[in-house]
Write a protein that binds this ligand. Sequence first.
Ligand SMILES: Nc1ncnc2c1ncn2[C@@H]1O[C@H](COP(=O)(O)OP(=O)(O)O)[C@@H](O)[C@H]1O
Ligand SMILES: [Mg+2]
Length: 461
Amino acid sequence: MANSLTNMVGDYLFEQRIRTDGASVESLAVRIAPLFEQADTEALHRQLTASGGELGGRLLVLDKTGKVQVDTYGTLNGTRIDAPEVANVLMRGDVADYGVHALNDEGGIKSNKNFLFGSAGDSTWVSYCTAGIISQSDVIGVLLLASPVQTMMSNLYELRDQMLLLFIVVAAFAIIFCLIFSQIITKPVSALTRGIQSMARGDFSTRVQIQGSGEMRRMARTFNSMSEKIESLDQARNQFVSNASHELKTPLATMKIMVESLIYQPEMETGLRTEFLGDINREIDRLSSIVTDLLTLVRMDVKDVKLSRENMSLAAVVKDTEHLLAPLCEQRNQTLTLSLQDDCDMYADRTKLQQVVYNLMENAFKYTQEGGTINVSLQHVGKNAVLKVQDNGPGIAAEHLPHIFDRFYRVDKARSREAGGTGLGLAIVNQLVVLHGGEIHVESEVGKGTTFIVEIPLHQG
Ligand SMILES: Nc1ncnc2c1ncn2[C@@H]1O[C@H](COP(=O)(O)OP(=O)(O)O)[C@@H](O)[C@H]1O
Ligand SMILES: [Mg+2]
């Protein structure tokens, strides 16, 4: 590129010279034509020497065969000059021609103008300007002006070198810039790819560094929050499995001890034996209720769980539950007051809502001391049915409240188990309420009592 640019500049500069030199040589050729025809060498030499000095070059007159007849420097007389510019005038009949050549030591043409290799100092550079000497429209000879163009050529070579240098510097900068830029762009991408790969291998603790441009940072942040969520889901699942196994193991262990006692003590008295069998029976009930609750939960985990909706009244459900739990209430000597201000007719899954009401009321009876009071109220507020189950029991300490709806979470494990609880009741209640598009809250104060508040939309699309 530097070379062709230099050629262009060179062509432009030589063009200028062609115009001035060409015109002088042509007019001189016309003037010397008669002298050449008369073969007046003496006068010809005089005329050429004078003009040569003027033009700043060496003038040669060549005959039709290209042989030098007159040389203002006097050294080339009789030799043939086979420069293309001479041939063009003699053979092709051009009026004038122009060319630049590097000469070798003998004065012969070494090469034509070409800047690709070497430097100006390696050769002697001359320009050849020729014009035909014409007599009666016949070319009878050639006038050749050879002028040194060394300075011009060195300037051009210098220009070429400078341009080469410039190109190299620019190219180097471009390459460095590209390398740095691509590094900046690909680094966060490859970090993210590594993160995704390690997630795919199952390492959910993977987090990527937030770096790069705006969009990359957002992607990294999204990735991190996604992996955080997956990690906590994974932990919750593990926790659930280990809790479930533990819950199932406890009654099994108890039963094993009792069964072994029965086996190894055949002489055990009947009363004790019956008691043991009764205990085993209770443990079987516990196991079966845990399994039932687990199945309920797992079924609800399936995303597209179907609610079998029907027209129903929530007030009626509360009354039914009251009947179901009346024995427990009586047994514990507790007072239950219902305040059903609205029927709360709705299109919902009756069985599932009954489960909600039953679990909440059962808890209230179970965890409130004997002789306590339980209030159940139902109201229609805005578009929601609001059910409150309130007791004056022991209450739940603030530190337990955030976990109360977690699976297997029990404030007092021993007490809950004694009461036949699995720790899954509230988790199930929460899921059922959410399935109906509702919400559940709990308010509690230790020593004063607990209130569970359920809000369920009356009409849902
Ligand atoms: N009304 C209440 N008063 C005090 N504590 C309660 C009440 N309801 C629930 N709890 C506490 O919340 C825990 C979780 O309840 P739940 O999920 O129904 O499990 P379970 O009744 O099988 O123990 C209970 O073990 C109990 O400690
Ligand atoms: Mg319960």
